[in-house]
Design a binder for this molecule. Structure first.
Ligand code: CA
Length: 233
């Protein structure tokens, strides 16, 4: 029997939220598995490999962070996209989760529409992973970036960026919609004999926005987490 539906595992201990997600994901055509705690989640992943996991962080027993760590450290599961479901005030956990390899997060309470959009975005990213960074030229609205030439134009006019500013912009713009923690930005820029601290990232972003002028708003601050290049351009 051919089973070509995309399979999503929802891990959530709050029954109402679990039922809501189950219903709505089924309604748009996904195959949905549910788990109410960590052990159940790991068993479900082993039994039927999901195409994507919606993972609540605060769970009884093995918590979401630990599940994320275990999945990422196992080569059979390391590629499964994970979207964290987080509560208000869990920004530090979001940062840790993203750095551990979670793909995205959605804060509770969330709208189903927003959640479904995030699911689609993450699934699309995974299907095009690897193809994306080959391109040397990026164009978004009035912004043009040429990686090989380290060139940036806004509305056709050259913008002089420092080397680090360019690398920060390039990292963010190569993955629109993707939230980067400060640490991830530091990592993207590092390796060029340049010490960049968390605080310095904020300074770089501020300088970058100023120089980009009308395109400065393309870089969004994600409060408590880091930065993101807009994907709706
Ligand atoms: Ca919970």
């Amino acid at each position: 029997m051919a089973e070509d539906k995309i399979r999503i595992l929802v891990v959530e201990d709050e029954e109402d939220i679990l039922a809501l997600l189950h219903f709505n994901l089924m309604k748009v055509g996904y195959q949905v598995d549910c788990a109410a705690h960590g052990e159940e989640a790991l068993a479900a992943v082993a039994a039927n490999r999901p195409d994507l996991i919606l993972l609540d962080l605060m769970l009884p027993g093995i918590d979401g962070m630990e599940i994320c760590r275990r999945l990422r450290n196992d080569k059979d599961t390391s590629e499964i996209p994970i979207i964290m479901l987080t509560a208000k005030g869990e920004e530090e956990d979001v940062v840790s989760g993203l750095e551990m390899g979670a793909d995205d997060y959605v804060s509770k309470p969330f709208s189903i529409k927003v959640l479904l959009a995030r699911v689609q975005t993450v699934l699309r990213r995974k299907s095009t992973a690897g193809e994306k960074l080959d391109t040397e030229e990026l164009t978004y609205g009035e912004l043009y970036i040429h990686s090989g030439r380290s060139q940036v134009l806004v509305a056709g006019k050259t913008v002089d960026l420092t080397f680090t500013e360019f690398r920060v912009l390039e990292a963010l713009a190569s993955r629109p919609g993707w939230v980067f923690t400060r640490y991830q930005i530091v990592n993207a820029v590092r390796g060029e004999d340049y010490a960049v601290t968390d605080r310095a990232v904020d300074v770089q972003i501020a300088g970058l926005r100023k120089k980009l002028g009308s395109c400065g708003s393309y870089i969004e601050t994600v409060r408590g987490i880091g930065y993101r290049f807009r994907e709706d351009l």
